[in-house]
Design a protein around this ligand. Structure first.
Ligand code: PRX
Length: 703
């Protein structure tokens, strides 16, 4: 691509009216030429088939996989209507398979053994490795045997609290191979959040690492795990096995040793050294803690997969719930596999020579489906990236794209927004001519960011896919197809195959044609979650009771005259901070635990980089003084209770909160105060209207 500075200036995004809802981009010709679906008419034809005959459509997808036995029951069997009885969703009942076999053995048997499954790119440029499909299979078999040797059996839950290293994918596939249920907790969650999740899932074992560098910051993961396991023990549910990967020391097989000139630094956890690191303090609990490399050394390299039923659990992953207690979203084997494979194939138009990079952490659903299962099921080469977009500088993403000649790239709007603040030369100095498809996920993308992504990153040559989906949906549900859909910046466009969306009014009536309402789905698809772990009633209440007969996403959406769907954001008490969903109740409970706080309420507030951030109102106990120091303490309380990514941006003093006469906090009013909007509407139900003026007068100056 070379130096495109002139070209970029000539297509300067400022000359485009970003918010023009009719601004439309055709799929680039070169993308159409090689696409599986080459026109909108073709998309519509396949879509119709996927809805009218799901068995034929998904049966064809299933044919590429190995089935130890075929389905004995109905291909798709479900009840989506609480009025007719308990909700259930089953795909390919009675079929037996194993997802790790399909991700690995199948490809090795088909001659892909020497193909690179993953390039691993470390936090530090130059710290890298790679692993082929055959090597990955061998590592997975070894770790499967290790887990079995430790007493982990089919159905047991295993927590993974790990950095973005190859061992994370090995652990996840090893669990899947032996039928254990992996429960990955993003390694940015606090010890308390980790222990909550381990306890709720009743995990038998945990896999972690000594520590990890994130940018210029060292995190002592093992010490967080120690604290979490301490809490589990106190609560009478000790975890007896903790496998620790030695990531900060040199002797890894697939990791290149890199020495650093700037040896010792002060990190958050005290004086520490750069990777590789001999100085990080690792406490060892004898009998519980075991080094990964000690166990792997003697492990057998062959492990027969456990043949699982189509509906056997594959993994659980916690997502925030509006009551504050996270929900263990449970996904099962066959349906999730079909859906991860099909969405990856069509949305990223995956072909054998692709180098595909999804920047998400495997600790989130995007990493599960589109770092691991989706690309592996299609036999492409993926990238596992440990670092951050800003380290060592804001050119890191584009440097990695040049290095591996990445063809399909998938990231979050928040990353795009924070990178577009820098000079475009951070992008244009690197060769991005390999790029074909650019994806986004996690939150609505503003048209400015979309256009910058398209013009500057993609040099106007790539298809942009804005993919809407959720932890619960398992994979993309509303998304363009790169060779078929004309895209409109800010619109996730149309339903994926098998998805039947509807927009509902407050009283549950379907809106036909253009309009705005609650986004729901009318029938199941293979990748939809099956239950909330240990709490099926919560599953039904959260997703199926508000509008009987539909799956409720919790998002609002608009449909324009041409049928394009525009996601407008959450309509419940959830906040989407940099693509991470948090419940306001979760943040409030962290604040209330502080001894100075009598009451707290938090709401979403727009943020130019993060999309949304958290704005809190706190009422202090008698005699307590609201000052900067207390604000710092409260922010720290949220960080340590939930994790650093949950830290509020604003905390304001609230001598009282606006409440109805029955005592319900009126969040609608708080949202207005947070953005200094005096158009607050009807206040007649408020117990004390005077409180509003007081709250406006106490807004932080920088808010
Ligand atoms: O509000 C929607 C938003 O993210 C929520 C799901 O969050 P989570 O389960 O953490 O999964 C994130 C990654 C799939 C949704 O309810 N969301 C996700 N993608 C988009 C989006 N909002 C608008 N546009 C998107 N493309």
């Amino acid at each position: 691509m070379g130096d495109k500075t002139n070209h970029i200036h000539s297509t300067n995004s400022n000359s485009i009216h970003h918010n023009d809802p009719n601004l439309k981009f055709d799929p680039p010709k070169r993308i159409v030429e090689e696409a599986y679906v080459k026109s909108f008419e073709e998309y519509q034809r396949i879509y119709e088939k996927s809805i009218s005959d799901p068995e034929a459509f998904w049966g064809e997808i299933a044919d590429q996989f190995h089935w130890e036995s075929r389905p004995s029951g109905q291909f798709m069997n479900y009840n989506f209507d609480v009025r007719k009885g308990p909700i259930f969703i089953k795909w390919m009942e009675g079929a037996k398979t194993n997802i790790s076999y399909n991700m690995l053995d199948r490809h090795v048997e088909n001659g892909l053994g020497d193909k690179v499954a993953f390039f691993w790119e470390g936090n530090d440029p130059g710290d890298h490795g790679e692993i082929t499909y055959r090597q990955l299979l061998e590592q997975v078999c070894k770790f499967s045997n290790v887990l079995k040797g430790l007493g982990v059996r089919k159905g047991d839950r295993v927590a993974l609290y790990m950095p973005m290293i190859v061992e994370l994918v090995v652990s996840l596939l090893a669990c899947a191979r032996i039928g254990a249920v992996h429960s990955i907790v993003f390694a940015g969650f606090s010890a308390e959040s980790l222990s909550d999740r381990i306890l709720d899932a009743n995990c038998k074992a945990i896999v972690t690492a000594d520590g990890v560098w994130r940018g210029s910051k060292l995190l002592n993961l093992k010490s967080i795990v120690d604290k979490a396991l301490g809490i589990c023990k106190e609560k009478g549910k000790p975890v007896e096995i903790c496998v620790v990967v030695r990531h900060l020391s040199p002797a890894e097989e697939i990791v290149t040793y890199i020495s650093h000139s700037n040896g010792i630094e002060d990190g958050e956890d005290g004086p520490v050294a750069k990777r590789p690191c001999g100085k990080l303090k690792i406490n060892w609990s004898k009998g519980r803690d075991v080094w990964w490399h000690d166990l792997m050394q003697s492990a057998e390299t062959v492990c027969a997969p456990e043949w699982l039923d189509a509906e056997d659990p594959l993994f659980m992953l916690y997502t925030s719930g509006s009551t504050g207690k996270p929900k263990g979203v449970l996904h099962t084997t066959a349906g999730y596999m079909l859906y991860a494979a099909a969405t990856s194939k069509y949305v990223f138009d995956l072909h054998p020579d692709d180098v595909y990079w999804c920047t998400a952490d495997v600790g989130w659903i995007t990493g599960h489906t589109y770092v691991c299962y989706g690309p592996l099921s299609n036999g492409v080469t993926g990238i596992i990236f440990e670092g951050t977009p800003f380290y060592p500088d804001a050119g890191r993403f584009w440097q990695v794209i040049q290095k591996y000649k990445v063809t399909k790239f998938y990231t979050a709007p928040t990353a795009i927004r924070s990178l577009m603040k820098f000079n475009d030369s951070f992008v244009t100095q690197y060769d991005r001519s390999s790029l074909k498809i650019l994806g986004t996920v996690g939150e609505p993308i503003n048209p400015e960011a979309w256009i910058w992504y398209h013009k500057v990153v993609g040099d106007g040559q790539c298809a942009i896919v804005d993919t809407f989906w959720q932890t619960e949906t398992g994979g993309h549900v509303i998304t363009p197809l790169p060779g078929a859909t004309k895209t409109k910046p800010g619109s996730a466009t149309f339903p994926f195959f098998g998805i039947v969306p509807a927009l509902l009014t407050d009283d549950g009536k379907e809106i036909s044609g253009p309009g705005e309402g609650y986004l729901v789905f009318k029938q199941p698809w293979p990748g939809i979650m099956r239950t909330v772990f240990g709490n099926h009633e919560r599953f039904e209440t959260t997703y199926f009771k508000k509008f009987p007969g539909y799956y409720t996403t919790g998002d609002g959406a608009k449909r324009d005259e041409e049928g394009y769907i525009w996601i407008t954001g959450r309509i419940d008490d959830m906040v989407n901070v940099s693509g991470h969903l948090l419940s306001t109740a979760e943040v409030e409970s962290a604040l209330i635990e502080h001894e100075a706080v009598a009451e707290a309420a938090s709401v979403s507030h727009p943020h130019h980089i993060k999309g949304e951030c958290i704005y809190c109102f706190v009422t202090l106990k008698e005699g307590r003084v609201f000052n900067d120091e207390l604000v710092k303490e409260l922010m720290a309380a949220v960080r340590s209770k939930i994790g650093p990514f949950a830290q509020p941006d604003f905390i304001q003093n609230a001598p009282a909160l606006p409440k109805t006469r029955s005592g319900k906090i009126m969040r609608r009013i708080l949202r207005k105060i947070a953005v200094n909007d005096r158009d607050i509407g009807d206040t007649s139900t408020l117990a004390d209207e005077g409180v509003i003026e007081v709250l406006f007068s106490l807004r932080p100056k920088d808010a």
